[in-house]
Ligand binder design. Structure first.
Ligand code: DON
Length: 562
């Protein structure tokens, strides 16, 4: 697709073109094979910003920061500075890094803050408006990433400042998405944001975000304090007061990103490197991969009845444990070692009945002996062999829909990722319990699963995706498709996916899931529901000196390389 926009855009300097590609006329590229470095993200201008940084001598971290910041401008529904996320990275020296910049519950949050006087759950409040926002973590995350980068923040943030201040042409998908949220923007904002356009948005319209450009300049000049303190903090606090939110100055100045020990586990001859808690991804990806490792998946074949049956049951078992046991380990003791131990995995897989659908009422979380959908993903690989995989989110599309007036960025609605009442599904249908109950300062459980596969210690696959609870099943299936079914990255990304999350007790399939397999599964007792796209998975595969980057066909996702 090429957007052609005429006229006054000639005024825009060529330097911005060199930083991102032409912001008024750009192409979505789904695949590239290169030899030096590559970026894949949800938007061509963001991938372009990343590769321009690689070409300027930046490493994968520099490129990831530039891409992430550009996404906050060109992909406002999910790219963000008012949300949070996780990074998993591998240095060419062999070191793995897991960085947690997940949002936290404000200090004044309480366990029952989303229950009414009768004890009923108010998901309207955990999902929309000021009260839905956790303390943003993204900017703290970016300054933690910067420790591994080479170029100054002033260089890395400049493409984002220019894209915000001078504007860029929106794609058709972006126009559709902005139009779908017009009423919500009007309803939840105290001051009308730039995303509201009377008469609606059309592909090729220019989106200019002056307030956001100014906030990015403050971050450029003052570092993380340009967000968590001073003018930006003041604007957030004024916004909270107008909308009866509870984030305080102490919440903002006290926020810190945390480096955690990456989850690393072997799968056959590979090592998988992924995100630990507060992402559920690391625990349940490990459980699922380990449950299928000894099974003849390869001989069953991709989307065969046997393979879908096995993988569905494995997903059911893992998500049952997620609901009961997983939450922020800094606040709740989670038996990760037991949940991922060989003996426990053996016990769990023994519960799967051949040729018959399981039922979620019979499959509960394991009994353990004591003691024992808007988000976005980007991958970068550089010529030194460093790999960065980042998933970042506002939670729902455009987060809580509140733009901080004067500062120009959207706040997240991540509080809904807590279990606001035991058994009450969140916006992705996930249920939880005590482990994921709200507490001041606690991080809400996530599904985001930025993941790397190492082969003989070298980066082989970089992947991740948005998609709420479907994230971990999408990563699981992408890895199985490539490692077991020998699929190309393009097929692994784009062929139909399916998803089971214990509750509700049904398999969700994408359009294109073969009808005969669906019927055979129904005969085994499965309930099957077709739904919209599952994930927007990005993959970089590094093999034989070639770097192959693939962007998901389900959105504007786009690759760039050199
Ligand atoms: O952290 C999580 O698991 C969710 N907040 C992610 C939401 C998401 O992926 C929405 N994207 N489609």
């Amino acid at each position: 697709m090429r957007l052609l926009i005429a006229g006054f855009f000639m005024l825009v300097t060529c330097s911005l073109f060199a930083q991102t590609g032409n912001p008024y006329s750009y192409e979505i590229k789904k695949r590239t094979v290169v030899t030096k470095g590559a970026v894949v993200s949800a938007h061509p201008l963001a991938s372009g910003a990343g590769v321009a940084i690689l070409q300027k001598g930046g490493n994968a971290f520099d490129a990831a920061i530039a891409t992430q910041l550009a996404l906050a401008v060109v992909y406002p529904g999910a790219g963000n500075i008012g949300g949070g996320g996780f990074m998993v990275a591998h240095l060419s020296t062999g070191r793995n890094i897991a960085l947690d910049f997940r949002e936290k519950a404000p200090g004044a949050a309480t366990r029952d803050m989303y229950l009414d006087a009768n004890g009923n759950a108010r998901t309207d409040l955990s999902q929309n408006g000021h009260l839905a926002s956790g303390i943003p973590g993204t900017i703290a995350g970016i300054f933690s990433e910067l420790k591994y980068a080479r170029l100054p923040i002033s260089t890395l943030i400049q493409p984002a400042i220019d894209l915000a201040g001078k504007g860029f042409a929106i794609t058709e998908a972006e126009a559709r998405s902005l139009n779908a949220s017009q009423n919500a923007f009007k309803k939840y904002n105290t001051v009308t944001p730039v995303f509201v356009k009377e008469g609606g948005w059309r592909a090729g319209d220019t989106l200019v975000q002056k307030d956001l450009a100014r906030t990015l300049q403050l971050i450029r000049d003052k570092g993380a304090a340009g967000f968590y303190e001073g003018e930006t903090a003041r604007l957030i606090l004024e916004e909270m007061q107008r909308g009866r939110g509870i984030i305080t100055a102490a919440d903002l100045s006290g926020y810190q990103a945390k480096e955690r020990e990456a989850t690393v586990f072997p799968y056959k001859k590979y090592n998988i490197v992924t995100m630990p808690l507060p992402s559920s991804g690391g625990v349940i990806l490990q459980q699922m991969m380990k449950m299928v490792e000894g099974q003849p998946l390869r001989s069953y074949g991709f989307l065969s009845v046997q393979a879908v049956h096995l993988m569905t049951e494995v997903e059911r078992l893992a998500y049952a444990d997620r609901a009961k046991y997983l939450g922020d380990r800094d606040y709740y003791s989670v038996p990760v070692d037991t949940l991922t131990s060989e003996s426990y995995i053996r016990q769990r897989i023994a519960l799967i009945q051949p040729d018959k659908a399981g039922t979620s009422k019979d499959i509960q979380a394991g009994v353990l002996s004591p003691a024992s959908e808007e988000t976005t993903h980007l991958n970068v690989y550089d010529r030194e062999g460093n790999a960065v995989s980042i998933t970042t989110t506002l939670n729902g599309g455009y987060g809580c829909k509140v733009v901080v007036a004067g500062a120009g960025f959207l706040l997240n609605n991540e509080m809904d990722d807590f279990s606001i009442k035991p058994g009450v599904p969140n916006m992705y249908g996930a249920v939880g319990a005590e482990a994921n109950a709200i507490a001041p300062g606690k991080r809400m459980l996530s599904s985001m699963t930025p993941t790397l596969v190492l082969d003989k210690g070298k980066v082989f696959i970089i992947t991740g995706t948005p998609g709420g609870t479907t994230i971990t099943t999408s990563v699981f299936q992408t890895l199985i498709d490539m490692l077991e079914f020998n699929m190309t990255p393009e097929d692994a990304v784009n062929k139909p996916k399916f998803h089971h999350q214990w509750l509700p007790d049904e398999i969700f399939v994408e359009a294109g899931f073969p009808i005969e397999i669906r019927e055979a599964l129904q005969k085994m007792g499965y309930r099957i529901t077709q739904r919209g796209g599952i994930g927007r998975t990005e993959v970089i595969k590094v093999s034989g000196g070639k770097i192959e980057a693939v962007g998901d066909g389900r959105g504007d996702d786009s690759v760039e390389g050199y």
